[in-house]
Design a protein around this ligand. Sequence first.
Ligand code: FMN
Length: 208
Amino acid sequence: MDIRLSTIGMEKGRQYETIITTKNEDGTKNAAPIGVLCAGETKIINRIFKGSHTLDNIVREKEFIVNITHDPELFKTSILGNLPQSHFNDNMSIKCADAYFKCEAISFTEAVKQSDPIKKKDEAIVFKSEVTDLVINKPTQAMNRGFGYVIESLTNLTRFDLVDDAKKEEYMTHFKEAYRVVKKVGRKEDIKAMREIKKELMKRGFDL
Ligand SMILES: Cc1cc2nc3c(=O)[nH]c(=O)nc-3n(C[C@H](O)[C@H](O)[C@H](O)COP(=O)(O)O)c2cc1C
C-alpha cells in the first residue's frame, strides 16, 4: 500500500487544516476541524484541547480519520453545528472529502507550548499517530493557511500609501500576526514571501 502524505502535498514540519472524524461513545460519528502537523510520510502530530469530543473519542478509540477538503461549508457546519450522519461513510470518512487518511494514535503527552496566544497551555494533549491507510478520491493538496496570509499581506501592502495612519497601524498589527502564523504553519515558499514583505515594510520605515 502506497502511504505517502507528500502525495497530498503535506511537507514534514508544516501544519495543515483538516476535518478529523471520530466515533462517539454511542456509535455515531463526529467531525471537527483540526490542525494536523505533518511529522513524516506516515506520521502526524495533533494538539487538541481538553473538553472536545474529538479528543475524548481519540483517547478512547485510538483510531480516527483525517479528511482533506477545501469545502468551507464542511468546516463551517462542523463548527457551528453537527455534520449530519448522512455525510459520513461507514468507515467514518466524509463522503465528499478529496482524500482521507486513517490514523492510529500511538503516544499522548500533556501540551506545553509557548508560541501561540492560547493562555491555558496545560489544557491540551499532544499526540503522535501513525497513518495506516490513505485514500485519494481526487487529486488534491492539503489545506495550508499560509498562502491566504501571504495574499492578504500583499493586498494590504499595495494599500499602505492610500490609507490614513490609523489604518496603517491596523495593517501592521495584522501583518505581525500573519507573520507569526506563517512562520509557524506555512510552507517554505509562504515564509520566504512573508520575509520579503517584512523587508519591504521595513524599507518603507515601519518598525517590525
Ligand atoms: C481550521 C480550524 C482548525 C482547528 N484546529 C484545532 C486544533 O488543532 N486543536 C483544537 O483543539 N481545536 C482546533 N480547532 C477548534 C475545534 O475544531 C473546535 O473546538 C471544535 O468545536 C471541536 O469540536 P468537537 O467537540 O466536536 O471535537 C480548530 C478549528 C478550526 C476552524
